[in-house]
Ligand binder design. Structure first.
Ligand code: 6R9
Length: 638
């Protein structure tokens, strides 16, 4: 396979794909915005919408006038259509315990928990925070919230008590569902104690806490704290009518890293979001009700919301959820899951694929993976070598790969090939999906020539857009950078477009870094580091190593403070406490100074060059150009 080879989708795939007609692109162009009815038609509405998009300027009221319920779409309608015995969620614990929920089982438990939440005082539009690992009670709680119109606010279980406290405050949330603890690589992590800590730290009243007893330890319960089982048992057999939500009512909040030190709160609304994720699950992942599907994303992040829970369940598919990591108990965990469950569609991250490549290639080869029909990736650019390995070793050259570019802010997929229509180009996400407007521009907002790098902007609204953008807000400095004509959203990514309109995403160009598919804000980590006594300034950069990834921190100290392993350890543990283990620097470099512009802005670009052993460009714009060479020798000799 040559480097720039185009690979047509396998005929066996195209024969059975849901979307195979190239005319879908023209149809969306000619018929914009009404073309998005195709997305809206994948879900059921209580009241039909009056207009797809009433105006082409903010506020963007997608599917105005329509009412619906996301939980109804994910459960009731499949049960009503006779699919009650189809498996909705197949869960496997890290030790191989399995739990299977049919659509009827899930319907029953979601209704019971929805009744319980109501009885605890949760009303429509109250935000319920879910601080839970990958256990079935997490999607159950999400759907229960959706049923009663209470937006959920999922916080990744790997984040610290401090991070949870900040997110409770940011969401103004008085209700929390958590669990006693969970296992990770064989050891127990106690989540309830972190939740109790957050409760004390949050400048905010937490009224009620529900605790799932997952480890089986009896959790110590204080006032306003109940076990999940006690509440569900008390509402056994209860049925709760799904509330009618307006298309624009919030379905959930999610926090991600932005360019400021604070987590960025993103609110997704019911109608547009659900239509967007259901449609892309169908058109891109080619999911069908009879499929068994595995997405390795954690539900704590947007990929898990959209493509473990809402997309597949809206389509009535079987979604496989697993607790734990791809290498526990053994490095063939994923291939086990695929073989055992005869998985049809598999969606994972490039960082996982690179690990699979490093581990023993004979592991997937010794398994029967022939059930697979389509493969997907998300989270970061995939290099052509990893792409080809995935294509050959996992897909056996029989499965198209969709390299899907999107973000927390977009809600669902935006740039990728339609696998039944377009050729694939390894390392390139593909053209914008039908109806999506994307352009690559320079610093003045002018479109750059083909194959040249620039900034990736979205130039048309899309159904899955979040509340702030619907209302025409400019998202801080991220959107204010350009002078693009008309409405646009700056994604924070750099990209280039080839002559066929295929977009290659090059990575973040703002103060967000992507470390093994985890999105982290440099400012968030830096402000945790400068909290440590003795530290004056800090700058963090990502390590550009496809295999290891990681974060390096450059730190200046107060006079008289000496940098050593002790201080390194204190910095590491403080970052863990403030944010979580994923943000802990892999190396801390003490330096007399940081490269700065004349206006005092730290130039991370030079630090990135030094970290990654690259040539650095012109340093003449710095107030202290000599530090770059000095730092280079510190790093080289360390
Ligand atoms: C869904 C998700 C978003 C950032 C995004 C970009 C990177 C995601 C990508 C990709 C290249 C792809 N990214 N998919 N880069 N190719 N297929 O990951 O959301 O956590 O918000 O991260 O991830 O840099 O801006 P989120």
């Amino acid at each position: 396979m040559a480097e720039d080879e185009e690979i047509p989708p396998p005929a066996s795939f195209v024969e059975q794909a849901t979307v195979t007609d190239d005319s879908v692109y023209d149809e969306f162009e000619e018929n914009w915005p009404d073309c998005w009815e195709r997305a809206a038609a994948t879900i059921d509405w209580f009241d039909p919408y009056e207009s797809v998009l009433p105006a082409d300027e903010p506020p963007f009221e997608w599917f105005a006038g329509g009412t619906l319920n996301a939980c109804y779409n994910c459960l009731d309608r499949h049960v009503e259509a006779g699919a009650k015995n189809r498996v909705a969620i197949k869960w496997e614990s890290h030790l191989g315990e399995t739990r299977t929920y049919t659509y009827q089982d899930l319907y029953r438990e979601v209704n019971e928990f929805a009744a319980a939440l109501r009885a605890q005082g949760v009303e429509e539009d109250d935000v319920v925070t879910l601080y839970m690992p990958m256990i079935p009670e997490l999607p159950i709680a999400m759907l229960a919230c959706a049923r009663i119109g209470a937006p959920h606010n999922v916080v990744f279980a790997g984040l610290s008590a401090d991070a949870l406290a900040t997110r409770l405050e940011s969401a103004d949330s008085a209700f929390l569902v958590t669990c006693d603890g969970y296992y990770r690589r064989g050891s127990a992590i106690f989540l309830k104690s972190k939740a109790d800590d957050a409760r004390l730290k949050a400048a905010h009243d937490l009224e009620e806490m529900v605790v799932v007893e997952h480890l089986g330890e009896t959790a110590h319960l204080g006032a306003g704290q109940h076990t999940y089982d006690e509440l569900v048992d008390a509402h056994a057999g209860a049925e709760v009518d799904p509330v009618q939500r307006a298309a624009d009512d919030v379905l959930f909040l999610i926090h991600t890293s932005g360019t400021t030190g604070e987590p960025k709160r993103v609110e997704h609304v019911t109608g547009g979001y659900l239509a967007h994720v259901a449609w892309t699950s169908q058109a891109v992942l080619d999911l069908k009700p009879e499929d068994t599907y595995l997405c390795t994303a954690n539900i704590g992040w947007i990929s898990g919301h959209s493509y473990v829970v809402y997309g597949p369940l809206a389509l009535g598919t079987t979604t496989v959820m697993y607790e734990g990591t791809p290498n526990y108990p053994e490095k063939d965990r994923i291939w086990d899951l695929i073989e055992e469950n005869a998985v049809d569609v598999f969606y994972t991250a490039p960082t996982a694929i690179r690990s699979f490549m490093k581990w023993d290639t004979s592991l997937p080869q010794s398994r029967d993976l022939s059930s697979l029909r389509l493969l997907g990736t998300v989270g970061e650019p995939i290099n052509p070598r990893a792409w080809k390995w995935y294509y050959e070793h996992i897909g056996n050259e029989n499965c198209p790969i969709v390299d899907t570019w999107w973000q927390t802010e977009t809600g669902g997929m935006m740039i990728t090939t339609l696998p039944g229509v377009k050729n694939m180009k390894p390392g390139t996400a593909g053209p914008p999906l039908p109806g999506v407007g994307a352009r690559v521009v320079d610093g003045r907002g002018e479109e750059v020539p083909a194959n040249e790098a620039g900034y990736l902007v979205l130039t048309r609204p899309w159904p899955g857009m979040p509340l702030a953008l619907r209302h025409g807000q400019r998202w801080g400095e991220e959107a204010a950078m350009f002078d693009v004509d008309g409405w646009h959203y700056f994604t924070g990514d750099g990209a280039k477009v080839d002559d066929d309109g295929y977009v290659t995403v090059l990575g973040r160009v703002d103060d967000v870094i992507n470390v093994s598919g985890h999105r982290l804000g440099t400012m968030e980590i830096e402000s945790a580091i400068v909290d440590v006594e003795g530290v004056v300034e800090a700058a963090v950069v990502s390590v550009d190593d496809a295999d290891t990834g990681g974060i390096h921190a450059y730190v200046t100290l107060e006079t008289g403070v000496s940098g050593g392993d002790d201080l390194r350890e204190r910095i590491g543990s403080h970052v863990r406490e403030r944010i979580g283990p994923i943000a802990t620097p892999d190396a801390v470099v003490f330096t007399p100074d940081l490269p700065k512009t004349r206006s005092g802005k730290i130039m991370r670009r030079f630090l990135e060059n030094i970290t990654n052993g690259e040539e650095f460009g012109d340093t003449s714009a710095l107030q202290n150009p000599e530090i770059v060479g000095e730092l280079e020798s510190i790093v080289r000799d360390s």
